[in-house]
Design a protein around this ligand. Structure first.
Ligand code: NZQ
Ligand code: ZN
Length: 384
C-alpha cells in the first residue's frame, strides 16, 4: 500500500426530509447564492423546500447552469458573487451544478480570468466562498469531493480542476428527491459511479485489502440496485443504497494508497466536448475497450472483479478476467446503455480526438502511463 494522508471535511446530512436541516447548517443572516440548473428543482418541490427552510436569509438566485456546466454561464455567477459579497453558495442539483459552483466559489476570490483555474494547476489560492450542496442526482460524487469539470463550448474544451478549498462544507442527500429523475439520468447515475470505482480499483494489485473490499462492496450494490433504479423503482432503501454508493465511489476513501487510472474519464471528457455525449455514456463506451487494451497490467484486479463482484469461480485468472469484462458490458446493456459509438450514430475521428486530448495533457495517461496517443486511437477505433 502506498503512503497516504486522508482528510475529507464534508459533513453529510443523509435521509428523508433532510433539506429541513438547512437552517441549522447555515448561520443566520448570511447572503446566499442559490444556484441551480434548468428548473427540475422547481417542478419537483425541492426549490420550495429550500425556500421554506431558510426564511431568515438573504437569497440571491442563479438559475440555468447547464448539464456539463458552461464556463460563460458561470462567469455571470462569479460577477454576482463579487458584486454582492455572497457569504455562501448553495448548489442544488447534480454534478454539473455542484461542479459549476466550485469554480464560482474559487474564482470569486481570484482577480485573474477564471479560466486560468482550469488551465494552470500551479496557481495557489488561500480562500474560496464556502459551498453547501443539496444533491438531486446521485452520480458524480461531487457532493463529497473537491473536483470539478467545466466545459467551454466556444473552444471545444472540457477540463477539470481540484482544490481542497472547494470541498463542500455540507451536502444534503435526501434519496426521495431522486424520484423525479428521468430514465437517462438514472442510467447515468449507475454507470458513472461504477466507473469511478473501477478507475481506482482496476489498476495494479498491491494488496490493498480494505480499499478493494470497499470498492467491491460499492460495485456489488450498484449491480444489485442498478436495474431497479433504471426501471424507476421508488423503493426508499433501493434509492438510499444507490445514493450512498455513488457518493462513496468518489469521496476519496477507496482511492487512498492505491494506483489510480482515470484514462477512461480523460478520453470520455473529449468525447463529450466533441460529440455532446453524456458523461456516463462516454464511460460505458471507453472503459471495456481500455480494460482490454490494458489487459496484462490489469489482469489480477480484473480477476478479482470477476470473482468478488460477478461471482465467477474459475481458478484461472486470465479466463476470469476476460469473462469479467464481458459480464460488465452485459450489465451496462441490461441497463439499456449502449457501449459502442456506432450505437449513438457517431463516426469517430479517433486521431483528432487523441490530438486534442494530448494538447490538454502533457503526459501519457493511466496508472502506468501506458495510454499514449496511439493507444487512444486504438481504444476509440475498437469502441466504434
Ligand atoms: O438542470 P435541471 O433542470 O436541474 O435538470 C438536470 C439535468 O438536466 C436533471 N436533474 C437533476 N436532478 C434531477 C433532475 N431531473 C429531475 N429530477 C431530479 N431530481 O439531470 C440532468 C443532468 O444533470 P447533471 O448535473 O448534468 O448530471 P450529473 O450529475 O451526471 O453531472 C455530470 C457532470 O459532472 C461531471 C461530468 O463531467 C459532467 O460535467 N463530473 C464531475 C465529477 C466530480 N466533480 O467529481 C466526476 C465525474 O466523473 C464527472 O466528470
Ligand atoms: Zn465520472
Amino acid at each position: 500500500m502506498h503512503n497516504f494522508t486522508y482528510h475529507n471535511p464534508v459533513k453529510i446530512v443523509f435521509g428523508k426530509n433532510s433539506i429541513n436541516k438547512l437552517n441549522e447548517l447555515i448561520a443566520p443572516k448570511q447572503k446566499i447564492l442559490l444556484a441551480y440548473g434548468g428548473g427540475s428543482i422547481k417542478s419537483n418541490g425541492v426549490y420550495q423546500q429550500i425556500i421554506s427552510a431558510l426564511p431568515d436569509h438573504q437569497i440571491f438566485e442563479f438559475a440555468g447552469i447547464e448539464a456539463n456546466p458552461e464556463y460563460d454561464t458561470l462567469v455571470k455567477a462569479i460577477n454576482i458573487c463579487k458584486a454582492e459579497k455572497i457569504d455562501l453558495i448553495l448548489a442544488v442539483g447534480g454534478g454539473s451544478v455542484i461542479d459549476g459552483c466550485k469554480l464560482v466559489a474559487l474564482a470569486s476570490h481570484y482577480d485573474g480570468e477564471a479560466w486560468d483555474i482550469l488551465t494552470n494547476p500551479t496557481l495557489e489560492f488561500t480562500k474560496a466562498i464556502p459551498l453547501g450542496t443539496v444533491l438531486t442526482l446521485p452520480a458524480t460524487g461531487s457532493e463529497m469531493n473537491c473536483g470539478s469539470v467545466i466545459s467551454r463550448r466556444s473552444i471545444g474544451a472540457k477540463l477539470a480542476f481540484g482544490n481542497p478549498l472547494v470541498y463542500p462544507k455540507f451536502s444534503i442527500l435526501d434519496p426521495e428527491v431522486t424520484y423525479t429523475l428521468p430514465k437517462r439520468q438514472l442510467q447515468n447515475g449507475v454507470i458513472d459511479p461504477f466507473i469511478h470505482v473501477t478507475e481506482q480499483y482496476l489498476t495494479t494489485d498491491i494488496n490493498t485489502d480494505i480499499q478493494d473490499g470497499f470498492a467491491e462492496s460499492v460495485l456489488r450494490t450498484l449491480v444489485k440496485v442498478g436495474k431497479d433504479i433504471v426501471n424507476g423503482s421508488t423503493n426508499y432503501d433501493t434509492r438510499a443504497n444507490w445514493m450512498w454508493a455513488a457518493t462513496n465511489a468518489l469521496n476519496g476513501i477507496i482511492g487512498v494508497g492505491v494506483d489510480q487510472d482515470w484514462a477512461t474519464h480523460m478520453i470520455g471528457h473529449e468525447l463529450t466536448a466533441a460529440y455532446g455525449l453524456d458523461h456516463a455514456q462516454t464511460l460505458a463506451i471507453v472503459a471495456p475497450q481500455l480494460w482490454r487494451f490494458q489487459f496484462e497490467a490489469k489482469v489480477s484486479k480484473l480477476a478479482k472483479l470477476g470473482r468478488n463482484v460477478w461471482g465467477l469461480e474459475n481458478l484461472e485468472d486470465r479466463l476470469v478476467a476476460t469473462q469479467a469484462i464481458i459480464l460488465t458490458e452485459e450489465f451496462f446493456h441490461s441497463l439499456e446503455v449502449a457501449t459502442k459509438l456506432s450505437d449513438y450514430n457517431i463516426v469517430i475521428e479517433a486521431e483528432k480526438i487523441a490530438n486534442t486530448l494530448f494538447a490538454h495533457n502533457s503526459t501519457n495517461l493511466g496508472e502506468n502511463k501506458a495510454i499514449n496517443k496511439e493507444a487512444v486511437i486504438e481504444i476509440l477505433t475498437k469502441a466504434q
